[in-house]
Design a protein around this ligand. Sequence first.
Ligand code: HEC
Ligand code: HEC
Length: 236
Amino acid sequence: MSFSHVIAFAALVGAGLAQAADPPAQAAPAAVTEQAAAPAAPLKPGDATAGQAKSATCAACHGMDGNPASSQYPKLAGQHEDYIARQVELFKSHKRDSAIMMGFAATLSAQDMNDIGAYFATKASLPGVADAKLVARGEAIYRGGDKNENVPACMACHGPDGRGNPGSGYPQLAGQYADYVTLKLKDWHDGKTWGDDDRAKIMPAVVKGLSDADIAALASYIEGLHAADAASTAAK
Ligand code: HEC
Ligand code: HEC
């Protein structure tokens, strides 16, 4: 291959026209080296349409639209794409412990996880109802934390309306089943973790000072929290 070919190829790359290059130029060693040295192509953002088809097996437990019929299973409707993909990856790598989810995550690629995440993110979480007896204590901790117990306000990260913040990896909580939230808060309280990165270390630290009664109150308040109006359904 001639020197002038390489120059021509470099010029094409520079002009963003590499794919229009003649076959000899595409086979240039320079191009091969460049490809090998380049980092793996970034994943494409999730495709909700592809995700809908891929989520067929999830529907049995999580519901077709991410709103499960049974409170044993967490709602995925309205949850952020990246959060869903992250959790499925944590199940797949066994960092997040669930005998059930391990099997369903095992066969999914990173792209599948993004697609499924994108699909459920387009759905709306159906609001639940808080227990009127628990809502005052739940709301107080959710919105203001508890200084004596060294518990921060949940609202600071998960938002006043429980919608969370996808950019920071703070999941949506609004409308999530109290049974599921209780289980997770207790797990963290008892020292269980999901992975070992900085993000996974937040919740075990947050819940340390919570009593069982506080956990029940928070879980109930969260189930009644509406993304739309930042209010709990339980009358006060
Ligand atoms: C047989 C029932 C079942 C099926 C089918 C199932 N899941 Fe799950 N899923 C669960 C259970 C139970 C949990 C709660 C695990 C835990 O935290 O202990 C869960 C948790 C999750 C979570 C974490 C939710 C959160 O808020 O942190 C995600 C994400 C998830 N599943 C995605 C999927 C996807 C995607 C599929 C389909 C490929 C799927 N699940 C299929 C039962 C199921
Ligand atoms: C400093 C930020 C921060 C604060 C404050 C915080 N959280 Fe979280 N929370 C997170 C992050 C980050 C995750 C996701 C962890 C991960 O992806 O590993 C999370 C996850 C959760 C989940 C799991 C959601 C799901 O779908 O499985 C629940 C439940 C939860 N938080 C409840 C609370 C409650 C209740 C409070 C207040 C007592 C609170 N959080 C305060 C950052 C925070």
